[in-house]
Design a binder for this molecule. Structure first.
Ligand SMILES: Cc1cc2nc3c(=O)[nH]c(=O)nc-3n(C[C@H](O)[C@H](O)[C@H](O)COP(=O)(O)OP(=O)(O)OC[C@H]3O[C@@H](n4cnc5c(N)ncnc54)[C@H](O)[C@@H]3O)c2cc1C
Length: 496
């Protein structure tokens, strides 16, 4: 640190300055250090590296910002995970069921399991509502609700589609466009589900193929991987500066010259030959000094994000359920998913007779919930867990609330044109590359973020990769399916 500020006093420039010690930024630094190119990584978090893929600690327990599966179609990324963590990477069999009315439903849904769990009467209403819709389908399918109801009947739609979709996206299902359902639930209907269940047609195999049934996971969570990467790059004379927030990107219209950074209540300037940014694209543009043209600034300010809040609870019970996470479909509670970190890795919990849960709330920083006190949020979370029948409140030992702004970049109708405006403007700056999820406003997983970091580093080392053209092949298909046409992950659109 002393050496670093000594260098700065002499206004020594760094070969590469990287904004953000998340997967994209650290992968770039790792690749550069492997080629003896020094870099400085500037990270605003004062304690953790790994960005959204960090693992936090609370009273000796570890938890992620949502569980992070390590799975990639990209061999190079898979090999990198092995190279760095070797045997410390566990292989996990995925178990993540739907929890509804105190029952566990297989995911993807299996008709016999679903009907058995729903009971005779509800199953009869499911069948009747399906028969009804076959005779009297909704004529002009406009919304997600219309589309799914026509194929599954109103009752099944309400139980298995409406509530969870509304929790995740915060948009009434009536207002989500039907196209999204058509892409997401591609070619499926109750009839086909039943045929597949009884006659095992290949369609079901396809459906199951879209779910990753096995994945890898570091023994101590994804943060373990990123801590190790940090150590490796530091042994190669690169540096990661925590608690340092970029507040200004200083440029001369052609090149970025330096970053102004607020670090431990001091303002410092870091000069560089090359810059890589993984901070949210909107924030990067608003940090530009001098300011970009209004059109660019407005495009940046109009980019949208969905926020996320996780309530971590330590429970004095050995086992609550065996899934890594469960989807909560009951409409009476706001919680969308519940992570059970000991089922990701038993090393995540301090004591094996205890459990550490993460209750995930998809929300916006403007929502009531977000703005309540931590104590109040914990109280709500405990009440919801009790309502679901998963715990007794006396079993809760401790709780912690983590607010995650900008967890999901949102693809609304205008996002692509806005990103293009910004992209065109950034082309003026030959020594700046943007990488990663929020860095490029791409709703992708860490393997994609890592790939962009890797190739940005290779560009500095002489390569000519177009980072915007890295598609989601580095991505795995899961419940948020990927469109064939754009290669992007799907996000619902609101009806006009
Ligand atoms: C709930 C949830 C579950 C997920 N599950 C999975 C999963 O199972 N598998 C998977 O592969 N991926 C998963 N992801 C996605 C994964 O977390 C991201 O793709 C990945 O973290 C993106 O890496 P990044 O480096 O681009 O961005 P980030 O992880 O966002 O890192 C950016 C870094 O930049 C820092 N920063 C921001 N602004 C500044 C500034 N002004 N100055 C300095 N530093 C700054 C941030 O603090 C952060 O550390 C999940 C994401 C979420 C939200």
């Amino acid at each position: 640190m002393v050496r670093l500020f000594g260098q700065m006093k002499r206004k020594k420039t760094f070969p590469v300055v990287i904004i953000g010690a998340g997967p994209a930024g650290l992968t770039a630094a790792y690749e550069l250090s492997a080629h003896n190119c020094k870099s400085l990584v500037v990270e605003k978090d004062s304690k953790y590296v790994g960005g959204l893929a960090k693992t936090m600690r609370f009273k000796g327990f570890r938890f992620d910002i949502g569980g992070h599966r390590f799975f990639s179609k990209n061999r190079e990324i898979e090999n990198l995970w092995t190279e760095i963590l070797g045997k410390e990477m566990l292989v996990k069999k995925r178990l993540s069921r739907i929890f509804y009315k105190k029952k566990f439903f297989d995911y993807p849904l299996k008709p016999l399991n679903a009907l058995k769990n729903l009971g005779v009467w509800v199953s009869i209403t499911v069948c009747l509502s399906y028969i009804w819709v076959r005779f009297f389908p909704i004529k002009n399918e406009r919304s997600f609700e219309d589309w799914v109801t026509n194929r599954f009947g109103k009752k099944l739609y309400t139980i298995f589609f409406k509530n969870y979709t509304e929790k995740v996206w915060g948009i009434p299902a009536k207002e989500i466009s039907a196209d999204w359902a058509a892409q997401r639930i591609r070619g499926l209907s109750l009839k086909e589900v039943l045929i597949n269940a009884f006659f095992g047609q290949k369609k079901e195999k396809e459906i199951i193929k879209t779910l990753t049934t096995r994945f890898r996971y570091p023994k101590l969570g994804p943060g373990m991987f990123w801590e190790k990467v940090k150590k490796i790059i530091e042994t190669k004379s690169s540096q990661v500066l925590l608690g340092s927030e970029v507040i200004s990107v200083n440029h001369d219209l052609k090149k970025v010259a330096s970053l102004s950074v607020e670090s431990n209540n001091r303002r410092v300037k870091f000069y560089g030959d090359h810059f890589i940014s993984s901070m949210p694209l909107a924030d990067l543009i608003t940090c530009f000094n001098p300011e970009p043209p209004n059109q660019v600034l407005n495009a940046a300010k109009a980019l949208k994000y969905r926020d996320f809040l996780i309530v971590v609870l330590i429970i004095s019970k050995k086992q609550l359920f065996s899934d890594q996470w469960i989807y909560i479909h009951d409409p009476e509670v706001h919680v969308g998913r519940i992570q059970n970190f000991k089922n990701w890795s038993r090393f995540m919990v301090l004591k094996s007779e205890m459990t550490c849960l993460g209750l995930e709330y998809f929300c916006s920083s403007k929502d009531d919930l977000w703005n309540k006190t931590d104590d109040k949020i914990i109280e709500i979370a405990v009440k919801e867990l009790e309502f679901l029948g998963l715990i007794d409140k006396t079993e809760v030992l401790s709780g912690k609330v983590i607010r995650v702004p900008k967890a999901y970049p949102v693809y609304d109708k205008e996002y692509l044109s806005r990103v293009n405006v910004i992209k065109n403007y950034l082309q003026n700056f030959k020594n700046l590359q943007v990488v990663g999820r929020n860095g490029m406003h791409k709703y992708n997983n860490q393997d994609h973020a890592m790939m962009t970091g890797l190739l940005a580093a290779r560009n500095i080392l002489g390569g000519t990769f177009n980072l915007w053209r890295i598609n989601t092949d580095a991505e795995y298909a899961e419940e948020e399916r990927i469109t064939k046409t754009t290669g992007e992950r799907l996000v619902p659109e609101r009806l006009d």
